[in-house]
Every structure is written in C-alpha cells, then in structure tokens.
Ligand binder design. Structure first.
Ligand SMILES: [Zn+2]
Length: 93
C-alpha cells in the first residue's frame, strides 16, 4: 500500500531517557539569596572541568539561582578568579 516505509518504527520504542531523581536547588536548600562572586570554591562546583557553566539540568539549580550564579561566575571570571576556558585551569583552590 501507499503506507510503505512509514510503518517502520522511527523514534518510537526504546526511549533511553529516564528522568533522574529530582534534584533540589542547593541554593534554595541553603536559603542563599545573593550569590557572592568571591566564593570561588563554591562557584567552581558549577563549572565543568573545561570552565564552562554547568547546565541547570546537571546541577539541579532553579531558574532564579541559575541566573544569579551565571552573573556571579561571569563577575568572577572578569576578575580572573575563575577561568573562561580549560587552558587557565591550574590546581589551585
Ligand atoms: Zn534555587
């Protein structure tokens, strides 16, 4: 029939995505309202090992705090407290 080739299951079956356990925003738990750009050790936990800001679905931060974190990280980068790229990562804490 005309339906040929369409009947092959595409994108169906075997969904590999399983929602991970609901993470709570660590900043909401600790009731942190203002993210301080000087807390380098803390901000570092929100960076990948290449120095990028970790996405929300990885860290579990809520929208409000993710935005504040991003601003704080960018401020810290501007002051050279945090790296822009992996090249600058050294083993200091
Ligand atoms: Zn939050």
């Amino acid at each position: 029939m005309a339906d040929r080739g369409r009947s092959t299951q595409r994108g169906r079956g075997r969904r590999k995505f399983t929602p991970p356990r609901r993470k709570r925003c660590v900043l909401c738990i600790d009731r942190i309202d203002v993210v301080d750009y000087k807390q380098v050790g803390f901000l570092r936990t929100f960076l990948t090992n290449r120095g990028k800001i970790r996405p929300r679905h990885k860290t579990g931060t809520c929208g409000k705090h993710q935005r504040r974190l991003a601003v704080a990280i960018k401020r810290a980068r501007h002051l050279a407290l945090l790296p822009y790229t992996a090249e600058h990562i050294r083993h200091y804490r």
